[in-house]
Design a protein around this ligand. Structure first.
Ligand code: ZN
Ligand code: MN
Length: 486
């Protein structure tokens, strides 16, 4: 018997905010610092230490809420989420429960039916991160002990939860669109770098299925701690298959938390899923209820950086480049920043966007370098594009020059000079080369004279060879046609 299933995918995304200091103390937020060098009585939960709220973190949270079209609550509070784990020095996490900063928003993604789809956001709240367990050997069993680094303890963490009732994500494709769009939006509003490998953007995903036509969904299985987009998608594919097989064979899906095995690409049971009552949430008595005044919210709204959709719109309007290119360029904020920096000086924006996407992205990928660390400056890149545009150098030479520029961090003119790639402007030398090529190719010449212009390109290529690529292809075309056709 075959059964079709409706799918609901829910996301709880944790994002580390790039504030200077931690959420409730003035310890610095630092990556890669030696273990336990950024800790104090507050973030290590010493008795009697009192938390003081970081205002910047609240501003960032409200900014995220507004970008995600949420209602910002005027009265908010922090709650203690109680559980025991060695990376949590206080024995509870300061989080939010009843009154989060923001709720009831949405994030628009391209939906499965080709139409925009507003994925419901249930809440955006602020909480503190836990410390990090360090295992000296590959497994805790192998070393016999684990270490704990509290530098990350109490770093401000944004939690964004999607709504199960209102426009949930319905497929793996939409799931991908959602995480990409969310990460992009948070990068654009400059509240987090969202580098997945550094743990700054972490997704827990839950999935439930129901046979089509049935009213209620089955239990959710939650998958935790996936360290890349690829793994999220693999885990979802696997889990949908596992749950539909289970339901088809008459079984029941358990409410549980599962782990994704990155090597075997399967999810494995970890523990039965906790419910909110298990955490004994209660308002944190050390922190007062917070009242946000309208002015505070309005000010954040006014200073909101450009959002991805706005940027897409602006690049299409202002620079007249194709939408497909714009979508690729704006995916990563740093790439779109690189483009706009170039566009200030570059004349040929269409070629510019194409070269960033085809040539520069390929070089960056090969060198596994992020575009913000690109060894080619926007000024040098633009100069190269303009040289190609004006026909001073060919596409092929341009690509070769770009490789040199990328490798050595030098400008295009330096490479052209060194390699003797200077275009031939000397008309006499050029004519000589053209004449020689025409004399060598009498059949081609007669074809052109009969009105077939196609072989002109072949002749251009021959002259380029003779001049070692120094001639401008545009000039050559003109010259050859003039000589043959008058
Ligand atoms: Zn501290
Ligand atoms: Mn959380």
């Amino acid at each position: 018997m075959t059964m079709d299933f409706d799918i609901i995918i829910g996301f709880e995304t944790h994002v580390e905010l790039k504030t200077e200091t931690k959420l409730f103390c003035d310890c610095l937020v630092a990556y890669n610092a030696p273990p336990n060098t950024h800790i104090c009585p507050v973030c290590t939960g010493q008795p009697g230490a009192l938390p003081v709220l970081n205002k910047r973190a609240v501003q960032f949270t409200v900014r995220a809420g507004l970008a995600l079209n949420c209602v910002v609550n005027r009265r908010c509070r922090f709650a203690r989420k109680n559980y025991f784990y060695p990376d949590l020095p206080k024995g509870y996490q300061i989080s939010q429960y009843e009154s989060p900063f923001c709720q009831n928003g949405y994030l628009e993604i391209p939906g499965d039916n080709g139409q925009p789809y507003a994925v419901g956001i249930k809440r955006v709240h602020l909480e503190e991160d836990a410390g990090k367990l360090v295992h000296p050997a590959s497994t805790p069993e192998a070393s016999g002990y684990s270490l704990v680094d509290y530098n990350r303890a109490s770093v401000p963490l944004l939690e964004i939860v999607t709504d199960h009732e209102r426009n949930p994500v319905r497929s793996v494709r939409e799931a991908r669109a959602y995480v990409e769009k969310l990460r992009q939006a948070l990068q654009y509003i400059e509240i987090s770098d969202c580098i997945i490998e550094k743990g700054q953007f972490r997704c827990d995903v839950n999935i439930s299925l129901r046979p089509r036509g049935q009213a209620t969904y089955g239990h959710r299985a939650e998958i935790k701690n996936m360290s890349s987009f690829r793994f999220i998608m693999d885990a979802l594919e696997y889990e949908i298959q596992r749950q539909s097989d289970m339901l088809r064979s008459g079984g029941e899906v358990l409410q549980e938390t599962r782990l994704f095995d990155e090597q075997k690409k399967v999810t494995l049971p970890m523990r039965s899923k906790e419910d909110a009552p298990d955490y004994r949430y209660f308002p944190d008595p050390d922190l007062l209820e917070i009242e946000l005044d309208q002015q505070f919210i309005d000010k954040i709204r006014k200073k909101m950086p450009e959002l991805p959709d706005q940027k897409v719109h602006r690049l299409i309007e202002e620079y007249d480049i194709p939408k497909s290119d714009v979508l690729v360029l704006t995916k990563d904020k740093n790439a779109s920043d690189f483009f706009t920096a170039c566009a200030l000086v570059c004349e040929d924006r269409k070629r510019l966007s194409r070269w960033i996407i085809r040539e520069l992205f390929a070089l960056l990928k090969k060198a596994s370098t992020a575009i913000e660390k690109c060894p080619v400056s926007p000024g040098d890149f633009s100069r190269l594009i303009d040289l190609v545009s004006r026909g001073e150098i060919t596409d092929k030479m341009g690509r070769m020059i770009l490789e040199e520029m990328f490798e050595r961090g030098v400008g295009p003119d330096t490479v052209i000079e060194e390699k003797g790639l200077k275009p031939i402007h000397d008309l006499f030398a050029l004519e000589e080369a053209v004449d020689a090529v025409l004399a060598e190719n009498p059949e081609v010449v007669s074809k052109i004279k009969e009105g077939n212009k196609k072989p002109v390109d072949y002749l251009i290529g021959q002259v380029m060879k003779k001049t070692l690529g120094k001639a401008k292809p545009k000039d050559l075309g003109k010259l050859i046609q003039k000589k043959l056709l008058g």
